[in-house]
Design a binder for this molecule. Structure first.
Ligand code: ADP
Length: 572
């Protein structure tokens, strides 16, 4: 329910139950006052009586507005109680006092204090109310006390009107309290259910995650053990291929968790740039084509010819969405085919196109009753049927969130046992520029003969970096601490320096600052790339803000390393 509607029906849960009841009571009291104005006129009651109800009828709307805008609602409860307490004896007098059975007004007062106040304040006002009603009774019995002049006909009319309107007012307040109580109880029951569901999901997630991480890790360690004992080159090749696959699976799981944590903390970045749509489709085709081949599935790709090639948007995230949906299609299909259909249409009077991508599979399908939950995080549906299929239950949640961020949509249609159709729609601008490089980093430059200094305290990392760079014919020097790096940079000039962050004694950031500030080194302006396992939210921006020329997160892939070295050399 919208906030405005909540305000109108006085159910806004931002306010305490007592405050909501008071607000409602003021509305009911206004009706009570208007009713009595009308009845007093109809039954020609004394003028003083009519004027009193008119004053009350004017007061409530004004007080309601003040109450609504007052910053301290709690204080307003006290102010209202004081006003009520002070004015009630006067209202009692002008309503007809003892003659018109106006004592009902004190009964109302006590009930209202009991319902709209709480704690000490409630007790104090109830006691005050009892005292004031007793004082009024005592004073009215004194011989000097003069009551308002009512004829007996006016007296019985006033008493009837007051009795009827006051009891209706209390009934309304009781009904409202009951409704609010029922609503609060429903909310509490639902939150309990949600909490139980979220606990269950969390437990499943942890169990599942431990499986998702342990199983590829087991493959890596197991096959590595076999490699260490084997002399057969063919076998070693086959085993290392398995390790490669398991490593990539592990990387996907960790990337999903990182992406999900970014979504949860609202720090998911969408970075738009010029890109080639054909390249994007070709990368997706290669990746999914291989997966389909491995499972013996037919992969059909139908991309409309009229989609412009040069587009502007976040191609990396779009690719991630497409790969998530297509990988699922392969994962949950045992036989038949996976089809990718891509069409576009022009968005009226704009240089924007709407791209529609449909992924159609002939797989397990999704039970109808579970479809509404399919984009929720940690949901793994139809687990009985999909047992043994790896997954974290995060892929579609991430895809949905990414598309929401890019103002796109994702829908699903499915027939259980027959297959599913996932449809992604997203608007992209047509770009005037041709994307120079797909990764959007830099032009490819030959890296042969480049002098690179790599600094990392983990020997295995250094060895890996060295081997990867030597394959690119780069001249690599390795060091395992920041202090040696500073000394080395005084003696030799390098084209690029790769620095690890977490190193004992002098970490990567301190080493970098020394390199940039020490006058007696030859590498003051040499590009420095931060090479780190810190892949947390905002890490890249933090390192770039510190002045690093580029950032590469571990695990290191030669493609990323090559792209970054290319980029910093090109920008030099
Ligand atoms: P997972 O890592 O489990 O694949 P996703 O978020 O990608 O996580 O998918 C959530 C659930 O949706 C899956 O566990 C699966 O039950 C169901 N699902 C997704 N895509 C398909 C599909 N193409 N066919 C059948 N079921 C699917």
């Amino acid at each position: 329910m919208s906030k405005v509607k909540d305000e109108i029906f006085i159910v806004n849960r931002d306010y305490s139950l007592e405050f909501r009841l008071l607000k409602f009571f003021i509305v009911v009291e206004e009706c009570w006052a208007i009713f009595n104005v009308i009845m007093s006129i109809i039954f020609r009651l004394p003028k003083a009586n009519i004027y009193m109800y008119v004053v009350v009828a004017i007061f409530f709307p004004l007080f309601f507005v003040v109450l609504h805008y007052a910053p301290d609602k709690n204080l307003m409860l006290t102010i209202y109680s004081i006003i009520y307490f002070i004015s009630n004896p006067f209202v009692w007098y002008f309503a007809g006092g003892n003659k018109a059975s106006a004592n009902v007004l004190f009964i109302c007062e006590i009930i209202v204090f009991a319902m709209c106040l709480s704690g000490k304040r409630q007790k104090i006002f109830i006691v005050l109310s009892v005292l004031s009603s007793s004082a009024v009774s005592a004073i009215s019995a004194m011989p000097f006390f003069h009551e308002l002049v009512f004829t007996s006909r006016q007296q019985s009319a006033a008493s009837r009107n007051l009795g009827l309107s006051s009891s209706l007012m209390i009934v309304a307040l009781l009904i409202k309290q009951k409704m609010e109580y029922a609503r609060e109880r429903d909310i509490a029951i639902n939150s309990e259910k949600e909490l139980e569901q979220s606990n269950k999901l969390q437990k499943n997630f942890l169990a599942n995650m431990s499986h998702e991480i342990r199983s590829p890790l087991g493959i890596v360690l197991g096959f590595n053990g076999l490699i260490m004992e084997s002399d057969d080159v063919n076998q070693i090749h086959e085993f290392s291929h398995n390790i490669d696959n398991a490593g990539k699976t592990l990387q996907t799981v960790i990337n999903d968790i990182l992406d999900y944590s970014k979504i949860e903390s609202g720090k998911l970045d969408i970075i738009d740039a010029d890109y080639s749509f054909k390249e994007l489709i070709s990368e997706v085709k290669n990746d999914i084509g291989l997966k389909c081949d491995e499972k013996g599935l037919k992969f059909n790709v139908r991309v409309s010819e009229d989609i412009p090639d040069n587009l502007y948007g976040d191609n990396i995230r779009i690719k991630q969405c497409m790969l998530n949906v297509l990988s699922n299609a392969v994962k949950y299909t045992d036989q038949g085919s996976v089809t990718l259909r891509v069409n576009s249409e022009k968005v009226a009077n704009d240089d924007t196109i709407k791209i529609t991508m449909s992924v159609i599979d002939t797989g397990h399908g999704i039970p109808k009753e579970t479809l509404p939950n399919i984009f929720d995080a940690f949901q793994r549906l139809d687990e009985g049927h999909n047992r043994g299929i790896e997954g974290t239950g995060l892929g579609l949640a991430i895809t949905k969130n990414l598309l929401d961020e890019m103002n796109g949509t994702i829908n699903v249609q499915s027939e259980y046992g027959k297959g599913s159709i996932f449809t992604i729609c997203i608007n992209q601008k047509i770009s005037g520029n041709k994307a120079s490089v797909i990764t959007g980093t830099a032009e490819n430059i030959s890296l042969m003969g480049l002098k690179v200094l790599a600094v990392d305290d983990t020997k295995l990392n250094l060895s890996l970096i060295q081997k990867l760079l030597i394959k690119e014919k780069i001249d690599v020097t390795t060091l395992d601490n920041g202090a040696d790096c500073i000394e080395e940079c005084k003696k030799n000039k390098y084209d690029v320096i790769l620095l690890d962050h977490m190193m004992p004694e002098m970490d990567g950031v301190e080493t970098f600052n020394r390199l940039r500030n020490d006058d007696d080194n030859l590498n003051k302006s040499t590009p420095v790339i931060m090479l780190t396992a810190n892949a947390m939210v905002g890490a890249q921006k933090d390192y770039m803000d510190l002045g690093f020329d580029a950032y590469v997160s571990k695990p290191i892939s030669i493609e990323n390393l090559r792209d970054s070295i290319n980029a910093v050399i090109a920008n030099k």
